[in-house]
Design a protein around this ligand. Structure first.
Ligand code: AMP
Length: 493
């Protein structure tokens, strides 16, 4: 363990503290839960935040998801709350999260780490029946995990009193800012006792968050575990200059040829999420979607299908996918460059988690030009352009193979058009050879889907069905047997 800790120090000399969980002052019950979770050593933010929180200090943690920041506040909170009594309607601590998914994730963390403690927790999130939440509050809770909207709602109805709450966590503060929650947070802070402990976590510290911290935190310890808005070193990131109309075919090519196991694909608009998911399904990919227009129960169901491997591609909007902690996501695709550069860091942070390697691709169409400039300004470096050296299949060999391989049948044009669904497909027209759809070969996708019979019929949104031809069978991951797509030439000699 000492060697691993030393390695961590070399990697993060700025936060190097040779330490183990036992050194941090956590109780034996908590150490047992940490051990059961399989953690052998604290992450840099945990090494710094846990002792400070146990000493009741205010804290600013500048850390992105994937750094272990949730445990950095959940673990010490459990010990802090272990002594003391619950009272009806008066939660003893409050954690504010920007989205329901994040709130649910933090609740899961409490369950995991708090299993050896007698603590009561309530989750106050929108999209869920209020009755059970109010009942839990009536019985008294130690930890209340809430999204600002639902909390304000209950507070205004007099169903909750905040004056017994002397530990506040504001998580993902920069996201709260993006979502317009800062006035709500200020309101909530004013209702809490003045003498309290406040922990604020944020991936970036834009001026309004600095201002919020100055107003509501008392002499906070500041912990920054990585460069401002920096991205994780386990993630290999590329940008791909692409025409808007070629985004879908480019995506399919990559899904088929970049050894994709599981992928989250982000789009800026809900309509794009919906349409892209339909298009991927039409092409035989095993995909699902989450975005803000989908009710909470269906979002949870879709997430569970993704976590269980029932689908291996999730098309998502920023709000729905914010902070999701899903193990082993091999790829993130930004179908659109995000409008807010902070979202770039959050999006690609869904891969390369917990020490795993991940790949992130950002599509840059002419209309994404300004957005990518802002991303690169924020991360402080230019993102590499994806090119021949980065391709994960053997292109020359694939080309030879193709020359000797029988010609594949073209897939009906209407199914793979990059055009929006309301644009009419060109009947009987063939694609330009440069964009010929190598990706129409079926993908390396979850085995359940790949196992479907070759005569499986699929209906598209216009009610047509197409027979799955034998040539549609999945190509083993990494085998590339189509022409070289045009986008690989962009930016290369
Ligand atoms: P977070 O940054 O809170 O989203 O956590 C990212 C992931 O790291 C989660 O899956 C945690 O279970 C995991 N994790 C947290 N702390 C540790 C640790 N000390 N060692 C290994 N994994 C951890």
């Amino acid at each position: 363990m000492a060697c691993a800790a030393l390695r961590a120090c070399f990697k993060h000399p700025e936060t190097c503290i040779l330490t183990t969980f036992a050194d941090l002052g956590l109780s034996p019950e908590l150490l047992k839960a940490v051990d059961a979770a399989g953690y052998t050593e604290p992450t840099p933010i945990q090494a710094e935040a846990i002792p400070a929180t146990l000493m009741m200090k205010d804290l600013i943690g500048i850390a992105q998801t994937g750094t272990g920041k949730t445990a950095s506040f959940v673990l010490p909170m459990i010990d802090v709350l272990a002594s003391g009594r619950r009272r009806a309607l008066m939660p003893r601590s409050l954690i504010l999260e920007p989205t329901r998914e994040l709130a649910a994730q933090v609740a899961e963390n409490f369950e995991k780490y708090g299993k050896n403690h007698d603590l009561k927790m309530a989750l106050l999130i929108g999209g869920v029946q209020m009755g059970d939440q109010v009942k839990a509050l009536n019985e008294g809770v130690d930890v209340l995990i809430a999204t600002p909207g639902r909390l304000m709602d209950l507070f205004e109805r007099g169903k909750i009193l905040l004056n017994g709450c002397d530990l506040l966590v504001i998580d993902e503060a920069d996201r709260m800012l993006d979502m317009g929650f800062i006035p709500d947070i200020e309101f909530i802070c004013e209702k809490l006792p003045e003498q309290r402990q406040t922990l604020l976590f944020s991936a970036t510290m834009p001026p309004p968050i600095e201002k919020l911290a100055k107003k509501f935190l008392d002499n906070p310890k500041r912990i920054e575990v990585s460069r401002r808005a920096s991205t994780n070193e386990n993630i290999t990131a590329f940008k791909i200059p692409v025409k808007s109309r070629e985004k879908r075919s480019t995506l399919r090519w990559l899904l088929n040829n970049d050894l994709v196991e599981t992928a989250i694909i982000f789009a800026n608009r809900k309509t794009t999420v919906r349409e892209l998911n339909k298009s991927l399904q039409r092409h035989g990919f095993s995909s699902g979607e989450i975005h803000g227009d989908i009710d909470q129960a269906s979002r949870n169901k879709e997430l569970q299908r993704f976590k269980d491997g029932e689908i291996n591609i999730l098309v998502a909007s920023d709000v729905a996918a914010r902070g999701l902690d899903i193990k082993g996501v091999s790829h993130v695709f930004n179908f659109d460059t995000p409008w807010h550069p902070d979202d770039y860091v959050h999006r690609i942070g869904r891969t390369g988690r917990a020490g795993n390697k991940g790949r992130a691709f950002t599509f840059v169409a002419p209309e994404d030009g300004e957005a990518i400039e802002n991303v690169e300004k924020l991360t402080g470096s230019a993102i590499n352009i994806f090119g021949k050296d980065d391709v994960r299949v053997d292109l020359p060999k694939a080309a030879q193979k193709k020359a000797s391989a029988p010609q594949k049948k073209s897939v009906p044009e209407q199914d793979d058009s990059d055009s929006e669904p309301d644009e009419k497909p060109k009947r009987g027209g063939r694609r330009k050879s440069a964009e010929a759809p190598a990706e129409e070969r079926k993908p390396a996708r979850s085995s359940r889907n790949a196992d479907r019979g070759s005569d499986d019929r699929k209906a598209d949104s216009r009610g047509r069905s197409r027979r799955r031809e034998p040539e549609d069978d999945p190509v083993p991951a990494g085998e590339w047997n189509g022409p070289q797509p045009g986008f690989l030439n962009v930016g290369f000699d």
